[in-house]
Design a protein around this ligand. Structure first.
Ligand code: HEM
Length: 484
């Protein structure tokens, strides 16, 4: 018996959905919180191009809960620790993911974990959780180290690279092997195909909203559909090969093929395809952006790099991390850099939701069926929570300082029962890439580089991250003494 999937969206046609949104907004039974609620293309464009300053200014003007009219409709933003906790933990059941702006992902990801709710979500997550348990993740270290070493072998001192593109390809190869047991170098070169197809599919989400609602030939939607069809061919052929041969491995695809929940329900090929697509999306874009932002900040803070190198010199045996060190996060200086990177640049920067019933929060009413977002990026950059938030300061995340943060203040992986399922996998992968990169090279930025950030679907450097590769420098003796 297959799990019963979610109901279809009320309106899958984007224009009908748009009209439906307006109808629901007009029939709201309580007023929206204060904010900027007149139609404004300039505001919509500003939000699309550079949302952080707009959100921080609105927080200053209106407080932690405000409304912005973006494109056609009102969107409520709730910022800060209390808001994050309210949406992700204490009142999570009053919010749906499927009818929120996550609905735009359904065109590529179907009914995977990111776009479903309720019992179907709970049961699907239960089926998938074992694949993300500690022991299972540990078996991926070897793949991560192997793929990172292979990618590092392609870097030559003195050369210039786009670190973002380099990491993206690496993360996709890791996802292909560790999550789905596909050999990227087998005939047909799955990874290379999948990487560019995925790139093509995801580029849809960085187009202007007005272009994304268009349908018909030669539209961004048609390109997305074409890429999705080819990706489907890859995924379905792997599913059918595995079903036919009974071949299984340590990967999540094997687990999904055999998974049964407590009632003996299994996943259909379509459900497996949707989860594979969701994990591929959620699992490589976030990792890639984090590595890129981390090395951008390190290039601007050589004194932090020398602390990291000193830590490596003190703790790595023969200059190599052990699997246990990578698993445990024993390199504490690196952990703080990692945490601070996710504070300043949380790649999954926004948590889109739609309210089920009207509710009250901090003296404001918010209608039912309203688009409501929490936003880690803005919340992590509030000066009343993190002093001088634009400064990159890993020492904010000493174990004591981290434990003293208010509930909901730091939410790079979301919170509550829908906390990122791939958190451990992502942490391990980023630690592995960062540690091995630092054992071999020092990366610097070209003098004229200015970071610009694009925000769809995850935040990342707008034009990639050009970096110059140099051999690893040696840590000064004084830094060595500090971490020994
Ligand atoms: C640095 C790495 C990562 C970050 C910062 C990150 C962040 C997040 C966040 C913030 C959410 C919750 C979104 C919300 O509340 O609206 C989330 C959910 C999710 N993430 Fe991650 N993620 C990372 C890596 C990964 C990896 C490696 C995978 C898969 C291998 C993954 C798979 C997922 C899935 C499937 C969900 C939805 C979970 C559910 O609703 O039950 N993520 N992630």
């Amino acid at each position: 018996m297959a799990l019963v999937g979610p109901p279809p969206l009320l309106d899958s046609n984007p224009f009908a959905a748009l009209l439906g949104d307006l109808r629901e907004e007009r029939s709201a039974t309580v007023p929206f919180p204060p904010g900027e609620t007149r139609v404004s293309l300039a505001r919509t464009k500003r939000f699309a191009d550079d949302p952080l300053p707009l959100l921080l200014e609105s927080y200053e003007r209106f407080g932690p809960v405000f409304t912005l009219r973006l494109f056609h409709g009102n969107v409520v933003f709730m910022l800060g620790p209390a808001a994050n906790h309210y949406i992700t933990v204490s009142h999570a059941s009053n919010f749906t993911w499927r009818e929120s702006h996550f609905r735009d992902l359904i065109g590529l990801m179907g009914d995977g974990l990111l776009t479903i709710d309720g019992d179907f979500h709970r049961r699907s997550r239960l089926i998938m959780l074992p694949a993300f348990h500690r022991e299972r993740i540990a078996s991926s270290v070897e793949v991560m180290v192997d793929e990172t070493e292979r990618a590092l072998d392609q870097l030559a001192p003195g050369s210039s690279i786009d670190l973002y593109a380099w990491t993206r390809r690496l993360a996709l190869r890791v996802a292909m092997r560790a999550l789905f047991g596909l050999d990227p170098d087998s005939e047909g070169d799955h990874a290379v195909d999948a990487a560019s197809l995925f790139e093509q599919a995801l580029s849809f989400y960085s187009r202007d909203y007005a272009l994304r609602v268009l349908r018909g030939p030669f539209t961004p939607w048609a390109r997305l559909q074409q890429a999705a069809r080819e990706l489907d061919r890859l995924i379905y052929s792997e599913i059918s090969d595995r079903r036919a041969t009974g071949a299984r491995g340590e990967d999540i695809l094997s687990l999904l093929l055999d998974a049964q929940d407590e009632d003996g329900s299994t996943l259909t090929d379509l459900q497996i395809r949707d989860e594979v697509m969701t994990l591929m999306f959620a699992g490589h874009d976030t990792t890639t952006s984090t590595v890129a932002f981390m090395f951008y900040e390190l290039a601007r803070h050589p004194q932090i790099v020398s602390r990291l190198l000193a830590e490596q010199d003190a703790k790595l045996k023969d200059g190599r991390p052990s699997a246990a060190q990578l698993m445990s996060g024993e390199l504490s200086e690196l952990e703080m850099v990692f945490d601070e990177t996710l504070r300043k640049y949380p790649p999954a920067w926004i948590g889109p939701r739609r309210s089920v019933e009207a509710f009250e929060f901090e003296g404001h009413t918010i209608p039912g069926r309203a688009f409501v977002n929490y936003c880690s990026w803005a919340s992590h950059n509030l000066p009343d929570v993190f002093a001088e938030p634009s400064e990159f300061r890993p020492e904010r995340f000493t174990p004591e300082a981290k434990a003293a943060l208010p509930k909901g203040a730091y939410v790079p992986f979301g919170g509550g029962s829908r906390t990122c399922i791939g958190m451990r996998f992502g942490q391990l992968e980023i630690r592995t890439i960062a540690t091995l990169l630092l054992t071999r090279f020092t990366l610097t930025l070209p003098d004229d580089f200015q970071l610009e950030i694009r925000q769809m679907p995850t935040i990342s450097p707008r034009e990639g991250l050009p970096m110059i590769v140099a051999p690893r420098t040696t840590a000064p003796r004084s830094d060595l003494a500090a971490v020994a």
